[in-house]
Design a protein around this ligand. Structure first.
Ligand SMILES: CCCCCCC/C=C/C(=O)SCCNC(=O)CCNC(=O)[C@H](O)C(C)(C)COP(=O)(O)OP(=O)(O)OC[C@H]1O[C@@H](n2cnc3c(N)ncnc32)[C@H](O)[C@@H]1OP(=O)(O)O
Ligand SMILES: NC(=O)C1=CN([C@@H]2O[C@H](COP(=O)(O)OP(=O)(O)OC[C@H]3O[C@@H](n4cnc5c(N)ncnc54)[C@H](OP(=O)(O)O)[C@@H]3O)[C@@H](O)[C@H]2O)C=CC1
Length: 280
């Protein structure tokens, strides 16, 4: 199994889960220290893991990385195309260079990895691919570059699912909403505080998700349990896109208390547990 972005957050959690199920996990990322930390964790837990330093946007390195994984481990049964990210900015302030950096991180890079895995292995042997996108439905103001890229990845997934079907390759996407992952450390505290304060009206399940809730969707889609699912998208978002205007005001008053319940995102224990990868 290959997990890009396996050195932190959702990718790290998925790598742990796949290794605990007996897979050899090849984790890919730019930062060797992050990958090394996860390698030690997985090996301490008795799992099998290898680390591969590669920027998913660098075609040559990606091709060489996939070739190395096949040479060293003999096969690639699954790809978690998870690496990515973005920064917060209004459209008026996004430079062309910045726009392209985000599109290359969240669309072109994932395309390169998927194509190389398919051409070098899965076209002949079959497999399963999961592409990470985001809650981009109806747009994503202040993250428009990422929304554009993820929308592309959503339809790339649908196209690949049909093109690759005859080779026995399933391709699906997972769309996380607000997840209390290490990725949120990338943003200013004032920004995440803002979205945590808005969590109740915007997320029907009234909390952030956890890394393990996203990785369980990933692992399901990779598994034989999903053998008739291809070209689909699993949303892991607490119902956020369905929270249309007015729904919150229609809640019974006793449910309409901001930040009620243990699982609220502002609960430090939830963020701390998510950061440590509570599936471990
Ligand atoms: C407000 C709360 C938000 C909650 C969101 C919740 C949902 C989503 C969560 C997540 O996705 S969590 C994952 C978060 N993790 C990451 O974002 C990590 C990966 N991100 C990156 O590596 C960068 O953001 C990147 C831009 C995608 C790629 O970085 P790279 O190192 O390749 O490019 P740079 O050389 O740094 O930059 C190129 C170019 O991009 C512009 N730019 C980059 N960062 C910023 C910034 N913070 N602000 C404004 N502009 C930025 C800029 O034009 C850069 O060019 P130069 O100016 O440096 O020449
Ligand atoms: N957390 C959330 O709420 C949401 C997350 N997502 C997406 O889910 C995925 C995982 O995010 P999450 O775990 O939260 O955040 P993290 O920032 O912890 O994970 C992102 C990972 O991607 C790797 N990465 C980023 N760019 C590249 C690149 N060009 N080449 C190789 N590796 C790269 C990073 O590793 P390194 O630094 O070593 O390069 C890092 O390990 C991302 O695509 C993210 O955007 C989507 C929606 C919501």
């Amino acid at each position: 199994m290959i997990v890009t972005g396996g050195g932190s957050g959702i990718g790290r959690c998925a790598a742990h889960e796949l290794a605990s199920l007996g897979a050899h996990v090849a984790i890919v990322g730019r930062n060797p220290e992050k990958l090394e930390t996860v390698r030690i964790e997985i090996e301490e837990d008795g799992g099998s893991v290898s680390t591969h330093v590669s920027d998913i946007r660098d075609e040559e390195t990606v091709a060489a990385t996939i070739a190395t994984i096949i040479k060293d481990h003999g096969r690639i049964d699954g790809l978690v195309n998870n690496a990515g990210g973005q920064y917060r900015a209004a459209i008026k302030d996004i430079t062309t260079k910045g726009f392209e950096a985000v599109v290359r991180s969240n669309l072109t890079g994932g395309f390169i990895v998927m194509r190389e895995v398919y051409n070098q292995w899965m076209a002949e042997h079959g497999g399963s691919i999961v592409n990470m996108i985001a809650d981009i439905w109806h747009g994503w103001p202040h993250f428009s570059h990422s929304a554009a890229a993820r929308g592309g990845m959503f339809t790339l997934t649908e196209s690949a699912a049909t093109e690759f079907a005859a080779s026995g390759v399933r391709v699906n996407s997972v769309a996380p909403g607000s997840i209390a992952s290490s990725g949120l450390d990338t943003y200013d505290a004032k920004d995440t505080e803002f979205i945590q304060k808005g969590v109740s009206p915007h997320i029907p399940l009234q909390r952030f998700g956890t890394e393990s809730e996203v990785s369980s969707a990933i692992v399901f889609l990779l598994s034989p349990g999903a053998s008739f699912i291809t070209g689909s998208c699993v949303r892991v978002d607490g119902g956020a896109p369905n929270a249309r205007r007015g729904w919150w005001e229609l809640q019974p008053a006793e449910n309409n208390t901001p930040f009620n319940g243990f699982h609220r995102a502002s609960e430090p224990a939830i963020l701390a547990a998510a950061h440590q990868g509570e599936q471990r």
